[in-house]
Design a protein around this ligand. Structure first.
Ligand code: BG6
Ligand code: MG
Length: 216
């Protein structure tokens, strides 16, 4: 008999692919202030908070900015990002994501969101999936970024389950580590070579099933 009672899902890269919008907004900012920023660099920002993302871009360019300037730049990037996510539709839900959440709920498995993003409520409303989560924990509710397990531990607490009863779904290395640090099982969504600390790695939630969940 499986002990799994809950699934906790990262948002960006697991439910929707917003990395391209994050990239476009950071790229526009970098161009505006004369910094280099490539799609390759964008990989380093996956799963990382907005504030830390800006720090990484500045570090890559050996540039420093005051705290005030950083707040202004991050706000400008977010305004452009929000303009883009406001145009999102349910057509952008990644294959299998909605179906797997529905299957979990039908089987009595609880579901939570565990995301670093402070924009998760906007995205979930646009893709019409908010009602599929029993609990939502995002960047507005945590003070420690992944790989700290805070976001997932708060998700488990909100669902009333223990860490050992949870499976996390994550596309970022920092997120996989956060799940492990929280004592949870983790399904990596992406490349096995990159997410090699996960219990299993799948190309997407369309490859996931309740049967696989109970075999973890
Ligand atoms: C994560 C993304 O989900 O959210 C990161 O993978 C992003 O790339 C982070 O920086 C914070 O997002 P937001 O929406 O609060 O700027
Ligand atoms: Mg992610």
């Amino acid at each position: 008999m499986s002990t799994i009672k809950a699934c906790i899902f990262d948002l960006d890269g697991v439910i929707v692919d917003t990395a391209v919008y994050h990239y476009k907004a950071w790229k526009r900012l970098a161009d505006q202030i004369g910094l280099n920023f490539t799609e390759h660099d964008n990989e380093l920002l996956k799963g990382v908070s907005r504030v830390r993302s800006l720090e990484i871009i500045l570090e890559l360019n050996h540039v420093t900015k005051t705290a005030e300037e950083q707040t202004e730049l991050a706000t400008q990037k977010n305004n452009w990002y929000v303009d883009m996510i406001n145009q999102m539709t349910p057509a952008e839900i990644l294959p299998g994501a909605k179906e797997f959440l529905e299957a979990c709920r039908a089987a009595g498995i609880k579901t939570a969101l565990g995301s670093a993003s402070k924009n998760s409520s906007t995205i979930l409303a646009k893709i019409n999936m908010a009602h599929l989560f029993d609990a939502i924990v995002d960047g507005n509710h945590v003070s420690k970024a992944k790989p700290d397990p805070e976001v997932f531990l708060k998700g488990a607490e909100a669902l009333g389950v223990s860490s050992a009863e949870c499976v996390v779904f994550e596309d970022a290395i920092a997120g996989v580590e956060a799940a492990i640090n929280g004592g949870m099982k983790v399904v990596g969504i992406g490349e096995p070579a990159v997410l090699n600390k996960a219990n299993i790695v799948l190309s997407g939630l369309d490859k996931m099933s309740l049967e696989l969940l109970h075999r973890l």
